[in-house]
Design a protein around this ligand. Structure first.
Ligand code: ATP
Ligand code: MG
Length: 1064
């Protein structure tokens, strides 16, 4: 990695004596040596010997073995007191009993640091070593030896917040940088020894945590003389700490060093000096973590240039644009870390899809744990509004476009928007895409208008009219054509391959002829010679085949497999069988017919018809090379990071539309995996008739992106105005107009809507909202002129805005809910489900009338009455099913909506997507997105009702329904599924293995998980544990905050102001 200046090194080295610093070691090694060591090396390493390592310490080992940074520091010189403590602690930890104890009885350790202090007594440790270890435990210990140092993992994971809190509890100095204070603290405690509490033969049984927590109570009882405040505090802290594996003093010291380094970095960044410290103003640990977690050893040159731009250091807004796979994310991440750690501000990262948010959460949680910040998920039905105010650590909110908007609204509403130091938008070009683009635009415009201190950074690979965006965001622009792996573009017409060549007259030059020997049958099956193209690459390299439709993906996958030789079956045969088993596992024993046939060949389709569990499994198998070919729709290009050696575009169409340049670039951009492939290739297959259009496509620039704010009427400008007035961002005509001038639409208005002025558009929208009863002209204001221009939100307006209801449906929702109050059927969930079934999904649905009729007849009389209540008669469904003509007009939207609520109702009862998919003859992926859509809408309706007193009864009912729809699994799995990346199948496995709560997961050892849970990779196991820890810390911190808030004297307490004035 790039070495920064020496500033931080000098400061930190005050505490180092005999041993070379990490920096000096890494400076002595060539960059290539800075890579993780083999797992084998790790296994051989013993914790004790690692600690005593001197000059020959390899940074490599430090990184990969998750070794304590203090292995390098002289405060641990052989005969120092601390060294003795450390050695004894280490010896002790190596005992199998303790290993078990470490996980099972973490709470005891956490309750009192003196527990550990007492282990300082040599006799105590001696006692430990003499403990009777039975055969079983010995076996267990031999077994554990093979793993990669579970203790090291455990030691690594105590969050700094808890260390700090612990210190506060013992009224010790808050000066983290002073080791002498720490030593004093260690000596001052006097509670039970660890030995007294140690269960000798306990194995790692997550269930036992219950027992542990009961012991916390015992230990807190010892402090009866404490004040009520202290009691409450320590109980809450105990609970919070109960969820962390073990309190390690070395970890505390390590945190101390990190915190010291951060302090220095903070000063450096504030001093705006050119010297950026060890790693772009960040602690050197960040660099190590990038090597360890991401395998990134050195920044690309452009990344370095971009990070050191003057405008970046001055915190100006920035847009940067590079080709796909250019490494844009890393730059954003470093800037985010600077904001979180050095400037101590919260950060919002906006990503386009739930799946990418989850991937990012999993990837960054381990950074959060190591560096002491929260990573909070705002996607699907997750996220708290306003976000919890954290006491010490800062938060990184990772959000989808919609949730990011709600988060910003809630921060503005509570006057906290300036706590957001940085907002990063990935795939910024999405601002030009439909209603989601409009929402992104509103979010950014609101930030620009309300917080001058919040920096905005946007990135994209496919931007053309950057100037417009620059003007909107008042941003600097950086671009480069860098791509780590060269991308070669080809076109295939008949059996000839041409290379795309901008210098050639018609944009392409002859490359080669395909000479794959085709039988006559094969020719018929595969007229485009796809098999020839893929077999040049698979199975050793990966290949993506983009197809125009979902059905086509499945057909192509099957066709390719029919033509592949049996040899392909042998490649990674066992692993592929495992994938099939896993798929069955997550689908309750079901397996898609197509996948059953294609996976043995290493081939699978990938589109929205898959359930998320299936998709996750298939992606994992593809990433690890078990599957080598995906046939996919264009959503894969924007959705997930799944690069390939070769990308084939089956046809220049997406559904029936001709390919756009942006889409083309996104798809071919998947070719070439950084660090793996030397080259990436894309091949677009086309017919002679499309040749001209394709050549034009290739030579044309990327499409411009245009604001959709006004075009998306009810979801765009209308919703914007409602929220501007609701949040009091702008409440009079002049301010609203001023706001509009600052939007992306404001910048492009003259191009987008020539016939109307911005003023007219603004007036028109306000008039519409007023006529609809969502806004009122303010009557309180003074003069005639002002009276005209001020607006106030009505109750219905506020409810719609708070519930983020599409304004096209707010009237109808209100009517439906009102009607529901007259006779709500509560015998089952059906009526409530109907009321929370998304309107927009109903309009696109096409019921199967026979199924409709059959399902109707299976309902109880009370449930059937719901149909009558909403206006759908049995007679109507019966006639439709028997194909009879119906004269009476029936609202199609209501009929469809009821049909969808039948599906959802069946799903809630059966909790099995596969059987419901079969029952209703609909793709399982669709059923799943209906479910998540209903969960999201249910929570919107809940917020809508909360604002309207007459709907109080719904607020009591919809909370429960939202939860049911969100998880739609057996109740016991819900706590596990709260963890990012744990879907139903995995939750079931974990539950069956004894991991029954969030606490169990957070305390789990990834190595044990791999051994006990089928088909779980090391990477996944680590991510699950990291995410669980992160969530647990978030919850614990929230509780601690609640306690403090509860005990804090209100600032407006009678007498407080008076007495302070008196004093003055
Ligand atoms: N300096 C680096 N050294 C090695 N690998 C890197 C470096 N920077 C980024 N990468 C890797 O390159 C890959 C692509 O990076 P990234 O996802 O940031 O690309 P991107 O520019 O965002 O592309 P896209 O536009 O497709 O989203 C990732 O796997 C990332 O870990
Ligand atoms: Mg990217």
């Amino acid at each position: 990695m790039d070495e920064g200046g020496s500033r931080i090194r000098r400061r930190v080295s005050v505490r180092k004596r005999n041993r070379p610093s990490l920096d000096s070691v890494s400076a002595a090694c060539p960059a290539t040596e800075l890579k993780p060591s083999d797992e084998e090396d790790d296994k051989e390493m013993e914790a004790g010997s690692r600690r005593r390592k001197t000059v020959d310490v390899q940074p490599v080992e430090i990184i990969d073995s998750e070794e304590d940074m203090f292995g390098d520091y002289d405060s641990f010189a052989e005969n120092s007191l601390l060294a003795q403590v450390d050695d004894l602690e280490q010896k002790y930890l190596q005992l199998p009993e303790h290993r078990n104890h470490a996980t099972d009885h973490a709470t005891e350790d956490l309750c009192s640091e003196s527990n550990k202090h007492n282990t300082l007594n040599v006799p105590t440790v001696g006692d430990c070593t003499e403990l009777n270890i039975d055969e079983h435990t010995k076996n267990q210990s031999r077994h554990e030896d093979v793993s990669i140092e579970p203790e090291a993992d455990i030691l690594y994971d105590v969050p700094s917040s808890q260390v700090l809190f612990f210190e506060n509890l013992h009224k010790s100095s808050s000066d983290l940088g002073d080791p002498s204070t720490e030593e004093k603290n260690w000596n001052s405690s006097s509670l039970k020894t660890v030995n007294e509490k140690l269960p000798v033969n306990s194995r790692e049984q997550p269930q036992q945590t219950v027992e542990s927590s009961s012991k916390i109570r015992t230990s807190s009882d010892a402090n009866r003389r404490k004040s009520l405040k202290d009691h409450l505090k320590s109980t809450m802290t105990g609970n919070a700490k109960a969820q962390t594996p073990i309190f390690s003093r070395t970890k505390q010291l390590k945190e101390t060093l990190l915190s010291e380094e951060i302090n220095v970095a903070k000063k450096t960044i504030e001093s705006s000096s050119d010297d950026l410290g060890p790693f772009y103003s960040l602690p050197s640990k960040v660099r190590d973590l990038y090597v360890q977690f991401k395998g990134i050893e050195k920044l690309y040159e452009w990344q370095h240039t971009c990070l050191t731009l003057k405008s970046v250091q001055e915190r100006k807004n920035l847009i940067y644009s590079l080709p796909t796979s250019g490494g844009k994310t890393l730059v954003a991440e470093i800037l985010m870390l600077q904001e979180l750690l050095c400037r101590r501000k919260d950060v919002l990262m906006i990503l386009p899809y739930v799946a990418i948010v989850q991937e990012k959460i999993s990837g960054l949680s381990s950074f959060g744990i190591e560096l002491g910040f929260f990573v909070e998920e705002y996607a699907g039905s997750k996220g708290k509004f306003p976000p919890i105010k954290r006491r010490e650590k800062k938060s990184l909110y990772i959000a989808t476009i919609e949730k990011g908007h709600s988060l910003v609204n809630s921060l503005i509403e509570t006057g906290r928007i300036s706590s957001l130091g940085l907002v990063v938008v990935d795939e910024l070009h999405m601002i030009g895409e439909g209603s989601r683009g409009a929402i992104l635009e509103m979010t950014l415009a609101k930030i620009l208008y309300t917080s001058k201190t919040t920096q905005i950074i946007g990135m994209s690979a496919t931007l053309n009219n950057v100037e417009d965006l620059q003007e909107f965001l008042q941003a600097e622009y950086y671009t480069s054509q860098f791509r780590p792996v060269e991308l070669k573009e080809y076109l295939k017409i008949n059996d000839t391959i041409y290379e795309v060549d901008s210098r050639a007259e018609n944009g392409m030059t002859f490359s080669r002829l395909l000479n794959y020997k085709y039988s006559d049958t094969l020719k018929k099956m595969d007229p485009d010679q796809l098999v020839a193209l893929v077999t040049e690459v698979i199975p050793n390299y990966s290949c993506l085949v983009f197809c125009p439709t979902k059905k086509n993906c499945e057909n192509v996958a099957e066709m390719i497999c029919k033509s592949l030789s049996k040899e392909y079956l042998k490649h990674k045969e066992k692993e592929k069988q495992e994938v099939i088993k896993s798929l069955k596992n997550v689908s309750g024993g079901n397996l898609c017919r197509v996948l059953k046939h294609t996976i043995p060949f290493g081939v699978a389709y990938h589109h929205s018809g898959l359930t998320s569990s299936e998709r996750k499994l298939l992606e994992e198998a593809y990433s690890t090379g078990v599957l080598c070919l995906f046939t996919c729709t264009s959503t894969l290009a924007a959705g997930v990071n799944l690069p390939a050696r070769r990308v084939i575009l089956r046809a220049p169409y997406v559904a029936k539309e001709f390919l756009k340049k942006n889409q083309y670039k996104q798809m071919i951009g998947r070719a070439g995996r950084a660090g793996i492939d030397s080259v990436g290739e894309s091949i677009l297959i086309l017919q002679e008739k499309d040749k001209q259009q394709v050549l034009e496509l290739i030579s044309r620039p990327l499409e411009n992106c245009y604001s959709h704010l006004v075009q998306e009427f009810t979801k765009g400008i209308q919703a914007l105005f409602l929220s501007l007035i609701g949040l009091k961002i702008a409440t009079n005509l002049d301010d609203i107009y001023r706001f509009m001038s600052g939007t992306f639409f404001g910048v492009q208005q003259k191009v987008l809507l020539k016939e109307k002025s911005l003023w007219e558009i603004t007036m028109e929208s306000l008039r519409y909202l007023t006529e609809k009863g969502l806004l009122q002209k303010d009557t309180i204001y003074g003069s005639e002129e002002e009276f005209q221009n001020n607006f106030r939100i009505t109750n219905l307006g506020r409810a719609s805005f708070k519930g983020t209801i599409d304004l096209a449906y707010c009237d109808i929702l209100y009517r439906d809910l009102k009607k529901g109050l007259e006779g709500l059927m509560l015998e089952s969930f059906l009526h409530l489900i109907y009321l929370t079934t998304p309107y927009d999904m109903a309009s696109q649905c096409d019921p199967d009338w026979m199924i409709y009729f059959r399902q109707f007849n299976q309902l109880s009389p009370a449930e059937q009455n719901v149909a009558a209540l909403v206006g759908v008669s049995e007679n109507f469904i019966g006639k439709k099913a028997s194909g009879q003509a119906i004269r009476k007009k029936v609202d199609k939207n209501i009929v469809n909506r009821l049909y969808l609520s039948f599906i959802l109702y069946t799903l809630l009862k059966e909790t099995n997507i596969w059987s419901v998919s079969e029952k209703f003859n609909m793709p399982r992926g669709y059923i799943q997105s209906l479910l998540s859509g209903a969960a999201a809408f249910s929570s919107c309706v809940l917020h809508f009702c909360e604002e309207l007193e007459e709907f109080w009864v719904y607020t009591a009912l919809l909370g429960e329904l939202t939860k049911k729809l969100t998880y739609c699994v057996k109740a016991e799995l819900v706590p596990l599924m709260e963890v990012t990346g744990v879907l139903e199948g995995r939750a079931r496995q974990l539950y069956n293995a004894g991991y029954k709560s969030l606490t169990h997961l957070a305390n789990a050892n990834p190595e044990v998980l791999i051994r006990t849970i089928d088909h779980l990779s090391r990477r996944q196991a680590k991510q699950i544990v990291s995410s669980a820890k992160m969530l647990l810390h978030e919850k614990a911190e929230a509780l601690q905050e609640e306690v403090e808030e509860l005990l804090r004297l209100p600032s407006d307490f009678p007498g407080i102001v008076a007495s302070s004035t008196e004093k003055a």
